[in-house]
Design a protein around this ligand. Structure first.
Ligand code: SF4
Length: 66
């Protein structure tokens, strides 16, 4: 499990490096789902850096891409 967490960390698109859930994708999804949000890896790199993980921001990001 720790090996997988380390592997996930190296592929993680989230720029909040101090997050204790970094690399633990189950905990990441659970945390953001509980706040009606999505994990950082769902967002474009530009939008991810705002740390606004709201579903509203996700939809706006997708709309802006089209
Ligand atoms: S997306 Fe959220 S929970 Fe996941 S690593 Fe980034 S800040 Fe942490």
């Amino acid at each position: 499990m720790d090996f997988k967490k380390e592997a996930n960390k190296s592929n993680c698109a989230c720029t909040y490096l101090a997050c204790p859930r970094r690399g633990d994708c189950y905990a990441c999804v659970e945390h953001h789902r509980g706040n009606a949000e999505l994990p950082g890896c769902f967002f474009t790199s530009e939008s991810e850096k705002t740390y606004d993980r709201s579903i509203k921001n996700f939809i706006q990001t997708i709309a802006d891409k089209e």
